[in-house]
Structures are given as structure tokens and as C-alpha cells.
Design a protein around this ligand. Sequence first.
Ligand SMILES: C[S@@+](CC[C@H](N)C(=O)[O-])C[C@H]1O[C@@H](n2cnc3c(N)ncnc32)[C@H](O)[C@@H]1O
Length: 265
Amino acid sequence: MIRLALRVRREDADVALAELLALVPGGVEEVDLGDRVEYAVYGAPGELPDLPDLEAAAGDALVEIATTEVADDWADRWRAFHRPVEVGSLRVRPPWAEARDGDVVIDPGQAFGTGGHETTRLCLALLLDLEPGGSFVDLGCGSGVLAIAAARLGWSPVLGVDFDPLAVAATRENARVNGVAVEARRVDLRGAPAPTAPTVVANLLRPLLLEVARNGFENGNRPETLIVSGLLRDEADEVAAAFAAHGLVEGRRAAQGDWAALRLG
Ligand SMILES: C[S@@+](CC[C@H](N)C(=O)[O-])C[C@H]1O[C@@H](n2cnc3c(N)ncnc32)[C@H](O)[C@@H]1O
């Protein structure tokens, strides 16, 4: 089993991590090295992401890459990184963690969205502020964690869309495991108006959020409430201004670490 570690500059680590998680949705081990942060992935030779893809994901933040052979207890180590995440009344856990009533269970191996990333946690926190009900769309649903949480909280019907077929399959499977009704569909948000509902959540990075704002919503129906996340704190004003063009006004801004999320409506 190989442990492949990328060391990145601390000041650019959050952005590098977001890009890495698109390649390694199951999650990465994080080690604090002072002015650098190490992100490690485990896998059998041939199962790891390609080096050029990892280098591209880490971008200018990359300092070095190191590979080491590790013992075959890697699966247990990998599992240990995925602990339950609690946001208010919501608890998101991997299948192997201790169960509690009402948990959202997400298998981290499948697509982005264990619930652990700040951008997802910010969305969950903003969702908990709302009065659940009516239809709901999750743009860039990844594992389906936000769509499933929304269904648990009382929104219906719930639709999750993603351009990655693995994410669509993971959302369907995770919805089944959680016993909630979530429709999942493959949609590329580039170049076409976004599916819409009275409540929409979009945890996407800045460029795609700006593109969604440019393309607008299907049939010109803007959401009553739109939660956007996946933006850095200093990108929040720009993204808020882009959606203001649709008459969506900022109602709340939340931040964790370098990340921010907005409730617009
Ligand atoms: C940051 S992840 C969010 C996943 C999940 N909603 C969460 O909050 O944990 C962003 C998701 O957007 C999807 N995505 C990226 N580009 C897309 C596009 N052009 N159209 C649709 N989905 C896209 C990715 O596949 C990924 O699953």
C-alpha cells in the first residue's frame, strides 16, 4: 500500500485541499507541518490519482510530493480520518461509526461530501436556519449529503444534480441507505440555466458560482432562498453581487476558516 503525501504552503492550503478533494473525494489525511500542510492519500499502486493530476490540483501551493510504502492496515487508518460531523441537530457519519437516531450516513469512498469540509458544514448550518418545506435543489450534490440532510429536515421533493456520473450514482445510493426520497440527475451547470426550486443550495467553487449567476435559473424562476458556499471570504462580495443581478439579496453571511457561505433571498 502506498502513502502519497503532498506538502503545500499553509497560506494556500485551503484552496489546494478543495481542488484535491475533487480528485480524492474520499478524503485525505491532514498533517500540520507548521508553515506547510501535508495532505496524504492511501491506495494500492495503480489505484492512486495520477501524479500530474495531483500536481495540477495543488497548483502553486505545492512544495513537494513524497511517497512511502505503508503496512496493510491502511484501511483502518483511512477510516479513522472519517469521524462523525455534528452541525447543530444534524450528525453526518460514515457507515462504520457509532449510530444515533436521525444520522445522515455517508460512505466517504464515493464522491465529494463527507460533511467534514468547511464549505459543506457552512451549508448545513445555514439550512438549519430555514423553515423546511417545499421543493429543494442541491446544485453540485457530490455524495448527496446536503440533499439528504434537506430531505431529513423536511424539504420535499428534493433533487440533486452533478456533472459527475459517480456523484449522481453516490447520491442515489446514499439516499437509499438513508431511506429518504432524493432524485439525482446528471446536469452540467456550465452553459445552461440551473435547475431551480424555492430553496436551492450550491456548494461550488467561485468560477462555477459566477457562471451559475451568469446563466440564471431554468424558466427564469429564481429561488426564494439560495445558499451559496465554496467561496473564500474575500470572494463573497463578488459572488453576492453576481446574484444580486437576479434580485437575490444577501440575508446572512457565515464563515469558517478561510471559507464563506451566503444566504441570499
Ligand atoms: C464542493 S463539491 C460539493 C459536494 C456536496 N454538495 C457538499 O456540499 O459536500 C462540488 C460538486 O460540484 C460538482 N461540479 C463541479 N463542476 C460541475 C458542473 N459543471 N456541473 C455540475 N456539477 C459540477 C462536483 O462534481 C462536486 O461534486
